[in-house]
Design a protein around this ligand. Sequence first.
Ligand code: PMV
Length: 331
Amino acid sequence: MTASEPTKSAVTAIAHPNIALVKYWGKADGERNLPDVGSISITLDALAPRTTVALAESGDHFSLNESPEPAMSARLFGFLDHFYGADRPTLAVTSFNDFPTAAGLASSASGFAALVVAVDALLHGGHSTPTLAQQAGRGSGSAARSLFGGFVRLDKPTGIDDDITVTELCAAADFPLEVVVAITSEQRKTVGSTEGMRTSKQTSPFYPAWIETHEADMAAAAGAIAQRDFERLANISEHSCLKMHAVMQATRPAMLYWNSATVAWMHAVHALRASGTGVFFTIDAGPQVKAVCLPEHASAVADELASINGVQRILRTGLGKGARILSQGPN
Ligand code: PMV
């Protein structure tokens, strides 16, 4: 892929975070950032990070929420060099995030998804969504899923030279759900997912079982989504989440992302479900809990869970669309 002569000066794209119901943890190929397992996610709509990419004469520059981010900058511009060549135009990338960064809320996923959409429109244009999803996946495995809306399936490569395949299983409107997110800490996580996945693969005794049982979880979740079967989806999603955390916790050094509020939420969600409320939890590489609810139960879930000790704030969101362009400036 090379950069064409740009016909615009700036493009702003939006991409929502996604959360996996069948989790991804572990890489088959670190260099190409290819996963060892597939995943199934939902794309959210309320959290809306935006990224503007503009031609810049004074060299590459990246800022997040108006602060320069030198550490993330190297990763981001190295990623762009890979696709567009080191002789691409220099760029100013400005991102705004309305939720905690690097705290288990898929901030890198939505960031890379918005970036590939904006840069494609600025420097190239016309790549298909599945191709842009593959590109985003090189930046962050889960980013590939934010290119699509609703329920999204990512399949791992089947052959040695293959890439991931990303498809939309079902649009948001066809199986409406709401997500109540409990922010239990605004701190950045201490172990990033790349490092965590590497040590899990090397040291967790549960990693081989994780790989062995994963395809069955994918099939079960895809079946539950096809049949709009919330109860089955709840069971398989919590199973995948807890199995991933078991792999993490049995890694050396152990990764224990939960705090006491995280655990209290998990128990509260189980109590609600046992009393007939349509809700299940999922947790990523961080202490936030996402309670996935039937829309008619979301207000009751939010009210009940907001009162748990240690919950700093609650976000509510529905399911949303894939990454897209918001505006483009002419040359
Ligand atoms: O995309 P990464 O490299 O940040 O990995 C994300 C991994 C989890 O969020 C823990 C699970 C998932 O499938 O999103």
